[in-house]
Design a protein around this ligand. Structure first.
Ligand code: NAG
Ligand code: NAG
Length: 282
């Protein structure tokens, strides 16, 4: 026993010395989340859509076990305009998943600071509604299933995107039923979702996991508790985790100078990966 605990201690030290080495092994840890830097993926066109694509490294031992599964990353209103979304997609690829981020806003996402003069949030949200967004997500799912031969899809949704991962959750999802036979996802994860309705939660036909901020005017305590009650009424496995010291948006853009927020972002990412690993892998 002494020898093995000494060994694991030594391995931990070794892992700590080689930054990111854990992310390359079977075991994933917080080092998989890279907060700053240059995105490793690329943008491609498919039909009318632009995707940011993060390919998993074939040499990563995690990748082979996740062949046939993919992550469809449904972003916040900042979309491909902020580096954090691309870097988080890269992190899912580092976890072994082919990951795509569809540009839901036709090249014009919300500005990184929505308080800039001239930006009208009400108008933006009215223009980007389920009528315009659902077909883009259905098309993204078709790309994965038909062009990339993916059979199992997990969709992490952040803020704006959180609602849509519920809309497409399983064949019975509110949007799935309107968009054709294979237009659904197999596992749902939403971080600080906004505009999510009880009807959308009740219709899910796939396991759902929620990461909530402790302070969030768009998904406050009442909304979260209501969502928990509705999830309980659904027939699906579910999980809800609240991260202390965090605000709306933390799973994408945390204040990295605040250790609790940084850790919250990293743990919320690991929550998503654990959920997908549980429900997407055979
Ligand atoms: C492409 O966009 C046009 C115009 O917005 C639309 O009519 C058409 O259905 C779209 N095609 C696909 C494949 O989504
Ligand atoms: C923002 O857009 C809404 C809806 O189009 C409109 O009613 C409102 O007047 C706009 N606000 C500003 C400040 O332009």
């Amino acid at each position: 026993m002494r020898t093995s605990s000494f060994l694991s201690g030594a391995l931990l030290l070794l892992g700590g010395a080689i930054t990111g080495s854990h992310a390359q092994g079977e075991c994933l840890d917080k080092s998989a989340v890279v907060h700053t830097g240059t995105p490793a993926g690329k943008e491609i066109k498919y039909a009318n859509l632009t995707f940011y694509v993060a390919e998993p490294d074939p040499r990563n031992p995690r990748t082979k076990a996740r062949a046939g599964a993919a992550v469809l990353y449904l972003s916040d209103v900042f979309g491909l305009g902020i580096v954090e979304n691309k870097l988080l997609a890269d992190s899912f690829a580092r976890a072994g998943y082919l990951t795509i981020v569809p540009d839901l806003f036709d090249g014009s996402p919300a500005p990184g600071d929505i308080s800039v003069p001239g930006f009208n949030t009400t108008e933006f949200l009215a223009r980007h509604n389920p009528t315009t967004i659902d077909p883009k997500i259905a098309s993204s799912i078709r790309y994965l299933r038909r062009n990339r031969r993916i059979s199992r899809i997990g969709a992490p949704g952040y803020c704006f995107g959180g609602r849509y991962t519920f809309r497409f959750a399983g064949p019975s999802g509110v949007a799935s039923v309107q968009n054709g036979r294979d237009a659904y996802i197999d596992a749902t994860y939403a971080a600080h979702p906004s505009l999510l309705s009880a009807e959308e939660i009740l219709a899910i036909g796939a396991p759902a996991s929620i990461a909530a901020a402790a302070t969030d005017p768009l998904f406050d305590d009442d909304a979260r508790v209501a969502a928990e009650k509705t999830l309980k009424q659904s027939t699906q496995p579910y999980r809800v985790t609240v991260y202390s010291g965090t605000d709306h948006g933390f799973a994408v853009r945390a204040n990295l100078a605040d250790p609790e927020q940084k850790e919250g972002k990293e743990e919320a990412f690991l929550q998503a990966v654990a959920w997908f690993d549980r429900w997407l892998l055979a």
